[in-house]
Design a protein around this ligand. Structure first.
Ligand code: SER
Length: 450
């Protein structure tokens, strides 16, 4: 029997997922805004489960006990990893949900079926799947139930080899922050090399994971516990299933690519960048620009505007980083705001709000861009004067406060030239300034240090 990766588009993959679970009596619900409605203590939704927390805790959902969706998410803690093969700041999370209805058996069997079925699913090669389960600790027992369900599936499908591993809580226990619903999970990894098909020992799997030869494509969380102040304090009133599959990575493996930027979710932006900006000295910079512009478009559409605090600051930082990278690395720098339409077009028929908010998105983007472009042109001369040696805290602060150069950009640019920046000195300058500054401006500096 042979298996092939398919030529499915990201739109087809997203729709197939929703249809698969709709056929299994799940109601399709729309993605919530990137900006959380409930006071969850986070700036953006970082997982599909976040808008559903009240329902995981027991509240009745108007659409029933089985739900499915694709949720817009933003995670910026890995911003410096963006540009490698798999990290991005905006992503969509495909998820199916059981609110006190089905549990491990159905969840795992459907995950397997969706990934591998040639008719209803993605036709992925099951001999390239590797699985992790929770090994157990003081909060919950070893999840042998999930392991047995997986073993049964593999045996039934005549898939041999060691491919199921037990892993500790820091890998296979999921919760968002220190409070709320949580539980053990089972994660599915896909061998992107196509060469590890005979199974692997745990040690071999750990090496393959470390080398990104296997990539996580889906996570089934069995949410049955409650956490308070970082401690598991008991069971929830119902046993839930929260699954999450990052669409970008799923599309990557289905389209047979080794990085998310070559998928159809990014390639129109990358192509546009290459044709309009000429040579980019640095391939990674191009990916960073594509990622940050895409995230900015989604944030703007959901009503975030650039500012010096909170989510507005995250947006400003992404925009400035994108502009800076394009300006620094491309042959013919022109404004990036023209890429907004390229992003919007990728998602027509999927997130219609983007098209509807197009004018506003372009307007705010252009305004921020024109302001920042002026700043960097003025600041560039200063930076060049200073950057023929290690940059002192004082000079870094001058670039930051007078020319709007974000600290991390000063650091990146200096390091590219082989010089360091005195971060401790910068923070001291920062603090001195903060002490002196009027109350109203304190927030601004606080946000930058976070
Ligand atoms: N909440 C889990 C995750 O984000 C599964 O959806 O991975």
């Amino acid at each position: 029997m042979s298996f092939f990766t398919t030529g499915m588009t990201s739109k087809e993959i997203r729709s197939k997922f929703l249809e698969f679970f709709q056929k299994r009596n799940h109601a399709v619900i729309a993605s919530a805004s990137l900006v959380p409605e409930n006071d969850s203590g986070v700036l953006f939704n970082t997982a599909g489960m976040q808008p559903l927390i009240p329902y995981l805790l027991g509240k009745d959902h108007p659409d029933g006990k089985r739900l499915v969706n694709s949720q817009k998410c933003v995670r910026t803690q890995d911003i410096l990893e963006v540009g490698d093969n798999t990290h991005d700041t905006f992503f969509e999370m495909l998820g199916n949900w059981s609110l006190g209805d089905y549990f491990k058996k159905e969840a795992i069997e459907w995950s397997y079926e969706f990934l591998t079925s040639k008719t209803e699913g993605l036709s992925l090669d099951p001999t390239r799947l590797y699985i992790t389960c929770f090994e157990g600790d003081e909060n919950a027992p070893r999840d042998t139930e999930s392991q047995e369900i997986w073993q049964e599936i593999f045996t039934k499908n005549k898939i041999n080899g060691e491919r199921i591993y037990f892993r500790p809580a820091y890998k296979n226990w999921w919760s968002v922050g220190d409070n709320g619903p949580c539980g053990p999970d089972t994660e599915m990894f896909y061998d992107i090399t196509g060469k590890l098909t005979s199974g692997m020992s745990l040690d071999e799997y750990l090496v393959a994971d470390e080398n990104q030869q296997v990539v996580e494509i889906w996570n089934d969380v069995f949410m049955q516990y409650l956490k308070k102040d970082g401690k598991v304090i008991g069971s929830l009133s119902q046993k839930n299933v929260d699954t999450g599959s990052g669409l970008e990575r799923l599309v990557m493996v289905v389209q047979g690519k080794n990085n998310i930027f070559d998928t159809d979710l990014f390639s129109p932006i990358i192509t546009e960048l290459s044709s309009r900006y000429g040579k980019f000295d640095n391939e990674r910079a191009k990916r960073i620009v594509a990622d940050h512009v895409r995230t900015a478009v989604f944030m703007l559409s959901d009503g975030v505007t650039p500012s010096n605090t909170g989510r507005g600051y995250i947006l400003r930082r992404l925009l400035r980083r994108a502009i800076f990278q394009a300006w620094k690395n491309s042959e013919n720098f022109t404004e990036l705001s023209s890429l907004c339409d390229t992003v919007i077009k990728i998602y027509d028929d999927v997130y219609q709000d983007l098209e509807k908010n197009g004018e506003k998105i372009r307007e705010v983007f252009e305004k921020e861009e024109s302001k920042f472009t002026k700043t960097i042109k003025q600041g560039e001369k200063e930076f060049e004067k200073m950057s023929d040696k290690d940059i002192s805290g004082k000079n870094a602060f001058l670039l930051f406060s007078s020319y709007g150069f974000p600290f991390e950009l000063i650091k990146e640019l200096s390091e590219a030239k082989g010089f360091s920046v005195d971060e401790v000195g910068f923070k001291e300058e920062f603090k001195n300034h903060q002490d002196l500054s009027r109350k109203g401006s304190e927030q601004k500096f606080k946000a930058v240090l976070e």
